[in-house]
Design a protein around this ligand. Structure first.
Ligand code: GRF
Length: 188
């Protein structure tokens, strides 16, 4: 059984979509959901699917607490799905090419510190972009910087609000993220 640990800070629609995708899998298991927010909706979603969840507050991320949990679980892949803190460098060093992140735009555009959630979609609308998309990449020590694994574009010429862009991007994320994860696990 290949094990995945999901990290998420908020709603967790991607996390839940991944949990559902692998629900009946005989080769992939969602071993845990980890959040830095005790009231994040993703925790409720994990509980609904009987996936164990753990909360580590922001300060815990500068200790060995999270690393210890990861070492206990021994995941084959760590997936950041809407995780807003900088990922601890001690874990990045120990798990090269085993940590991936999804970003709701076409990196390197609209990436980096502060570029998350609706900020991204607002900036894209303000700049009158005609297309956006998703980027799935390896995590290194910088925000939104590691090697690219997968990108997919979508036209947004019909989108008049950041919410409309967010919806299109979420649809793309839900369609592609689990499949990309499945492919990476097959290759690992
Ligand atoms: C997604 O758009 C993801 O790309 C970004 O944060 C959002 C999380 O959405 N990093 P959700 O919590 O999975 O609904």
């Amino acid at each position: 059984m290949k094990k995945i640990v999901l990290f998420a800070s908020g709603s967790g629609s991607n996390a839940e979509n991944i949990i559902q995708y692998f629900k009946d899998s005989e080769s992939v298991e969602i071993a845990a959901v980890i959040s830095n927010k005790p009231d994040a909706k993703v925790l409720e979603r994990a509980a609904n699917h009987q996936v164990p969840s753990f909360v580590f507050l922001k300060d815990d991320f500068s200790t060995d607490k999270v690393l210890n949990k990861i070492q206990e679980i021994q995941p084959d892949l760590i997936v950041l799905a809407g995780f807003l803190l900088k990922f601890p460098s001690n874990i990045v060093e120990l798990y090269p090419n085993k940590i991936i992140n999804i970003h709701p735009a076409l990196l390197p555009k609209y990436g980096g510190k502060g570029m998350y959630g609706m900020n991204v979609h607002k900036a894209i609308l303000e700049n009158s972009e005609t297309e956006t998309g998703i980027s799935i990449h390896y995590v290194d020590e910088h925000y939104d910087n590691g090697d690219m694994i997968f990108q997919q574009k979508v036209s947004i010429t019909d989108c008049k609000t950041p919410e409309a862009i967010a919806q299109k991007v979420h649809e793309l994320e839900h369609e592609h993220f689990p499949k990309v994860i499945e492919r990476l696990l097959r290759q690992s």
